[in-house]
Structures are given as structure tokens and as C-alpha cells.
Design a protein around this ligand. Structure first.
Ligand code: GLV
Ligand code: MN
Ligand code: MN
Ligand code: MN
Length: 399
């Protein structure tokens, strides 16, 4: 193991126990809850250790500065700490740990950047607690109304503003304007790098994607006494809709997932009165995504008529196609001799890309599995990621 890989492992092990569920081996690091707050404390400790002052943006996002925060012309790097339910270790934290280690590498090499470097930790990237992904970066960039963000509620009814302890500050154009570039390093969430036999890639684009809530309502009733012909069972409409989403996505080369469902009253011996299912849909082109969601909506409505149920559809979040700055991606790919690839996963980098020249680096994931405890990356590949990020930061700050 290289010295850098060992330094990566030592720092990584500090985070490993925080928020890990013993049963699944996955992480429960929801934004602004105990484990994530501990990771934010860890962030402050790491910044302190490196004499990097920490600033907050009033939206829950943290920044640790190597250089003068007010100076402007800064290069931002970083990611997020929060996880999906029982998520992997690397999605998010890898970008923050790698950022601190890249700063260490540059300092050890005596590099004196001509511009500040900021290490960022964005809040609620996964949307696992409040439902809207990239909430912190959307607020910072002014891409979501403050009232809407403040009023988003978690499963216990706690609002984002309550969790934050204040009404979010919303758009901070003067802060965003201080950044000349943002580079987010992230574990790859597919197997393209395994196939390319390369440890690191540069991102070209993020597929347009979104979340839609389907509410199917019918009539709750007794499972034993209600004739089959008398039922208005929303579970049937729900089940058909899940199958339709899968089929329509396959037909279009798109992705559709229903990974979350709530059933009322959720009793074995009661026909449900309501089933809520959340559709996550993604496609390479916006028209394909729109066509997919329209087709699923139409099929759900048609089936509801047959089942005697009702269906209502609400868009919870939408992320347009993100084409990362082609010049920057090409420059970094040449610098690193790395492949360039698109992704179907959303990131804070996708939100900030509309405001700041933005790039992403992906680190090889041997199984390609993500949003699961099985997500992994080798220490050597993580070290290669740190080296790549340090080279990129040097390239962007030293001229
Ligand atoms: C976030 O990681 C997403 O792509 O859903
Ligand atoms: Mn994720
Ligand atoms: Mn992530
Ligand atoms: Mn993500």
C-alpha cells in the first residue's frame, strides 16, 4: 500500500463507525441528524487541524478555506456527508476526505496556490430526509424557493428550517461568485471504469431526472368479507403502475425505479385505502424522460379507471440535463489521461454547474453498486483519486 493509500485509510477509518447500522452494514446518515452532525464536527476538526477557517452559508453548507475566504477567485471542491437509507460509505464522504487529503498533498509538495481553495460539505444531497435532493446546493444557488425549502418536512414532521435552527438564507450570489470552479470527486456509481480499466474518470454530463409521488386511493375494507368484485383496491393500481414504469423505461432505454412505498393502513387483513409510491425516473435526453413519465401517468390513470380507484401525481423534484463545461472536462481529461463519461446520478455539482464552471471526477467502484452497503472502492484507487484531485487543484489554482 502506498503512503497516500495508508493516509487515506487512516482518515477514512475515523468516519467508518459514524452512522453505520450494524445489521445491514449500511449508513443512516440523514442530514442534520446525530450521525451527520458528528461528521460536520469532524469536518470542523479536520479544517482546524489544517488551519483552514470554516464558514457557513446560512443554508446548512460548510466551507473550509485554504486561503482568504473573502479573496474571490476560489476553487471549490467537496461533496456531502448524508446518505440514503442504508447507503454505502463512499457516496459523498469520499469527495470530502479526498479534498482534505489533496490539500495535504499540495502543501507537502510546497505548492503555493495563487487562489484560495475551499473544501465544501453540502447538506441534504440525497434528499433522504426532506425529499428534495441537493437541497443545500439548490438553496445556495437560488434554485429552490426559500419558503418551499424551509417548509419541507421529514417523516416525523420536523421541517428543514427547524432542523437547521433557522430559516435558510437562500441564494448567496456573492458567495457563489467567489468561485471560479467547482470540482466534485465522487465514487463511480456504475462499472464503466472497471470496463475501461482506469481508476479515475472525468464526467461529461448528468442525465435529466426527477421524483414523482403517485397517490393511489381506494376503499379500505375487510380482507375476508369483501367480495373480489366489490373491491376498490389501490394496491392493484400501484402494482400495475410499477410494472408499467419498468416496461416503459426499458422500451426507451431510460431508467425507472419505485424504491419507496407507503401503505395505509398497512395491515395484512385489510384492503388498503391508500398506497403512495415514489417514482424515480431518469433518461439521457429530456424528451425521453418527459415521454416516459407521461406514459406511466397515462397507464396509471387508465388502470385506476378499471380498478375503481383514483390516482394523483405530484412532481417532487426535477433536475434538468447537466452538460458539464466541455472545455474544463476536456482539459482535465487530458491532464489526467482519464476517460470521460456521463452518469445517471444526481450531484451538487449538477446544480452548481449552471452558475460556476464545474467538473466531476469519478473513482472506480469494482462492483458498480451504490446506494447500498455493498458500495466499495479500493484504498489504492481512492489514493489515485486524491492524486488526480490534487493535480486538478494545482492546475486550476496555480496559473
Ligand atoms: C443521488 O445520489 C441521486 O442520484 O439520486
Ligand atoms: Mn447518492
Ligand atoms: Mn453523492
Ligand atoms: Mn448523488
Amino acid at each position: 500500500m502506498s503512503g497516500l493509500a495508508a493516509r487515506f485509510r487512516a482518515l477514512w477509518d475515523e468516519l467508518a463507525p459514524v452512522g453505520r447500522d450494524e445489521r445491514s452494514g449500511g449508513y443512516l446518515r440523514y442530514a442534520l441528524t446525530g450521525p451527520e452532525l458528528r461528521l460536520r464536527e469532524w469536518f470542523r476538526g479536520q479544517a482546524d487541524r489544517r488551519a483552514m477557517p470554516v464558514t457557513e452559508d446560512g443554508n446548512g453548507n460548510l466551507f473550509a478555506w485554504w486561503g482568504e475566504p473573502e479573496a474571490g477567485g476560489a476553487v471549490l471542491t467537496g461533496s456531502h456527508f448524508d446518505s440514503v437509507p442504508h447507503g454505502g460509505a463512499y457516496d459523498g464522504p469520499l469527495g470530502i476526505v479526498s479534498a482534505f487529503l489533496a490539500v495535504d498533498e499540495l502543501r507537502a509538495a510546497g505548492v503555493a496556490p495563487a487562489r484560495p481553495v475551499a473544501v465544501g460539505a453540502f447538506v441534504e444531497e440525497e434528499g433522504a430526509r426532506f425529499g428534495v435532493p441537493c437541497l443545500g446546493s439548490r438553496l445556495l444557488a437560488g434554485e429552490i424557493a426559500v419558503d418551499r425549502a424551509a417548509g419541507l418536512r421529514d417523516a416525523d414532521g420536523v421541517s428543514f428550517a427547524e432542523a437547521l435552527g433557522a430559516r435558510p438564507a437562500g441564494a448567496r450570489p456573492e458567495l457563489v461568485g467567489r468561485f471560479v470552479a467547482f470540482v466534485e470527486l465522487h465514487v463511480e456509481q456504475g462499472r464503466a471504469l472497471v470496463e475501461a480499466d482506469a481508476p479515475v474518470a472525468v464526467a461529461s454530463a448528468i442525465w435529466p431526472h426527477g421524483r414523482w409521488r403517485f397517490e393511489f386511493t381506494g376503499e379500505g375494507n375487510h380482507a375476508g368479507t369483501t367480495r373480489m368484485s366489490d373491491r376498490r383496491d389501490p394496491m392493484l393500481t400501484y402494482a400495475f403502475t410499477v410494472l408499467a414504469a419498468n416496461k416503459e423505461a426499458r422500451l426507451r432505454g431510460a431508467h425507472a425505479t419505485v424504491g419507496r412505498v407507503a401503505v395505509e393502513p398497512n395491515a395484512t387483513n385489510a384492503i388498503p385505502s391508500r398506497v403512495t409510491g415514489w417514482l424515480d425516473a431518469r433518461a439521457a435526453e429530456p424528451e425521453t424522460l418527459t415521454g416516459l413519465v407521461d406514459a406511466v401517468r397515462a397507464k396509471a390513470a387508465e388502470r385506476a379507471r378499471r380498478d375503481g380507484t383514483e390516482v394523483a401525481l405530484t412532481e417532487e423534484s426535477a433536475t434538468p440535463l447537466v452538460a458539464f463545461d466541455g472545455g474544463l472536462a476536456g482539459r482535465l481529461a487530458a491532464l489526467l489521461d482519464a476517460p470521460v463519461l456521463p452518469t445517471g446520478a444526481g450531484h451538487d455539482a449538477g446544480v452548481l454547474a449552471a452558475h460556476v464552471p464545474t467538473a466531476m471526477l469519478f473513482v472506480r467502484n469494482p462492483t458498480g453498486v451504490s446506494h447500498s452497503p455493498a458500495e466499495s472502492a479500493s484504498d489504492d484507487d481512492c489514493a489515485a483519486g486524491v492524486t488526480a484531485l490534487a493535480r486538478v487543484l494545482k492546475e486550476l489554482t496555480c496559473r
